[in-house]
Ligand binder design. Sequence first.
Ligand code: 5GP
Ligand code: MG
Length: 197
Amino acid sequence: MQRDIEKILIGRDEIATRVREIAERLAADLRRELEAEGDPEAEHRIMLIPIMTGSIVFVADLIRCMPMKLSLELIAVSSYPGQTMESKGAHLKSELPEGMAGKHIVLVDDILDSGRTLQLVRSMVLERAPASVRTVVLLNKRARRAVPIEPDFAGFDIPDEFVVGYGLDFDGYYRNLPDIAVLTPEAAAGDPPEGDG
Ligand code: 5GP
Ligand code: MG
């Protein structure tokens, strides 16, 4: 796997520091809202919804920095058609969770690229009458935005490069890389590596 990596864009320590910061800001923001509602016991109304599979590592780290009562419901979205590096659209691959009405929903995704995924999910969630909706992404590729959506919380602005690691895949692989990295042109082209492979 290491020989497929051209460069590390964001290292694991930098990610860890930033994830902790985002978690603290998000938790503080949610607490403020619950207090403003006059319901300090309302933590059970916080529902995090990570968009699978890319956000699996991010959300695992994020929730462990949020010392409050919350529930977690996964959804799966896929971009199409076929091309691995280009998102042309998005469709929901799973049911939306039940019981979103009156809840404070936090949508979590790995990366905001064209914005279509988050916009689709956000609009579907809003139809279920939640108390509020927040969006959190680890990475933000501003230059690529095709629809007008900005995340409420974002970890890092990154340039228009295809990245893998920390949950993000190429063709299903590299999600387990602890850093966020750019692949070599050979690996990104799907060429078999030289040697014993
Ligand atoms: P959007 O709908 O915003 O265009 O795309 C969001 C989804 O596309 C992300 O959740 C992610 O799955 C995928 N994506 C966008 N950019 C990248 C990238 O640089 N690397 C990887 N691995 N996936 C990406
Ligand atoms: Mg994704």
